[in-house]
Design a binder for this molecule. Structure first.
Ligand code: GLU
Length: 425
């Protein structure tokens, strides 16, 4: 399974108390002055279109019955069907799911993909479940949200702790309900069920592509650059491999069990082969501070929300921050990073590689014609470079951060669609 790793023991990388929905609202407030006439519609972005709360009861292996709370939020559907992953994590809440759905709206629009934004989640620690219990949980949750998902309505995908196998169960459950095989209901599926080559590593690849472009613009060479990575799940590990393969030195990594530091560069292949992650490696530190203090050129945030606090923003030695996770930087920390002249490539473009290849998967499923991995990676690279160039120009012209520039471009597209469709009735 290629899911993000997780654990009962959330000693590090817990989402801090700030509410991700408040972070998102603050980001919308920051962009509003740049929206000109479209600002009339900006309230649209502050209200999710639809949010479903579901009870997910399952019979456990020991015969007991447990109930889990699940959500599917469709934040905005102005530009197309909802799109966004499903997360299984003990810290999932409705407000977190609303924020993650909203960030999908911005992300799909920033990449100009014909989708709106959605997100789902179940408040559960999947590492405490057997495979049988996990399958039951996935199928019952799918059945509960099947009212609002579908290949032309809302298309889930993997997120934290959900894998290609989980997507296969979702696809099968939905298909059994509608009476035909509906491959296009989810993306991130196994290859022989209509999945796309390149999807598993697409988010990490997008982090690398946007990082490479941003680095070249600030005169930072990837070869020899020192990279620190928080989070070694699906996103962090694929990004680590690509940076290392291109000559960077990964000097610090942190997961929920600890921190590993080696200023000469860690052996990424050996580390990723550890079934237990950092906890299986000798020399792992229990010291969170050491991760943020380690000198590096590039910092990749690939864990959870709210990790970059103002205090950590004052500490980091990085020149470039790449947001592989969704919502990792608090608005106040954004200000500290800007004051310190540290460039941030924001989540809504930096980690958009995953949803971009999800879009390719959806197109391939509809046309029943599948592309080679080379073609997928080349198209991904081009779409991300083109999107980042537009954002860069907007940021330079308006003297704003890359985050605000990404929101300017995305909100213009979303609110133009909103305005042209008009209000019903
Ligand atoms: N969960 C991923 C994200 O946050 C991918 C979503 C998708 O492919 O729909 O972007």
């Amino acid at each position: 399974m290629s899911s993000e790793r997780g654990s009962k023991h959330l000693s590090f990388i817990e989402t801090a108390s700030p509410n991700p929905w408040s972070t998102y609202l603050a980001q919308v407030d920051r962009v509003t002055p740049y929206l000109k006439n479209r600002a009339r519609w900006v309230e649209t972005l502050k209200h999710p279109k639809r949010a479903l709360i579901v009870d997910v009861p399952i019979e456990m292996d020991d015969g007991s019955v447990r109930h889990f709370e699940g959500y599917r939020v469709q934040h905005n559907l102005s530009r197309g069907p909802g799109k966004g992953g499903i997360r299984f994590h003990p810290q999932v809440t409705l407000d977190e799911t609303k924020a993650l759905a909203a960030w999908m709206t911005i992300k799909t629009a920033a990449m100009d993909l014909p989708f709106g934004g959605a997100k789902g989640g179940v408040c559960v620690d999947p590492f405490t479940l057997s495979q049988n219990e996990l399958e039951k949980l996935t199928r019952r949750y799918t059945s509960e949200i099947s009212l609002i998902i579908g290949p032309t309505k809302d298309i889930p995908a993997p997120d934290v702790n959900t894998s290609a196998q989980v997507m296969a169960w979702i696809m099968d459950t939905y298909s059994m309900q509608v009476g035909f095989t509906a491959s296009g209901v989810v993306t991130g599926k196994p290859i022989h069920l209509g999945g796309s080559l390149g999807r598993v590593k697409a988010t990490g690849r997008g982090v690398f592509v946007t990082g490479r472009e941003a680095a070249s613009r600030i005169g930072l060479k990837i070869e020899g650059a020192k990279v620190s990575i928080q989070g070694l799940g699906n996103v962090g590990s694929a990004a680590a491999e690509l940076f290392a393969a291109n000559g960077a030195k990964v000097v610090a990594v942190q997961d929920q069990w600890g921190t590993l530091i080696d200023e000469h560069g860690l052996d990424i292949q050996t580390l990723l082969a550890q079934p237990q992650g950092i906890r299986g490696v000798k020399g792992a530190l229990a010291n969170d501070g050491a991760f943020w203090d380690t000198p590096c050129d590039i910092l990749i945030l690939a864990a959870l929300e709210s990790q970059m606090t103002p205090e950590r923003a004052r500490k980091t030695k990085a020149k470039l921050v790449l947001e592989g996770a969704n919502g990792p930087t608090l608005p106040d920390a954004d200000d500290v990073l800007a004051d310190r002249n540290i460039l941030v490539v924001p989540d809504v473009i930096c980690n958009a590689g995953g949803v971009t290849v999800s879009y390719f998967e959806w197109v391939q499923d509809f046309s029943s014609y599948f592309w080679s991995e080379e073609e997928i990676n080349a198209r991904l690279d081009k779409l991300m470079v083109d999107a980042l160039r537009k954002i860069w120009t907007c940021a330079e012209n308006n003297k704003i951060s890359l985050r605000t520039a990404t929101y300017v471009i995305a909100c213009e597209r979303i609110l133009a669609a909103r305005e042209e469709r008009g209000l019903y009735p």
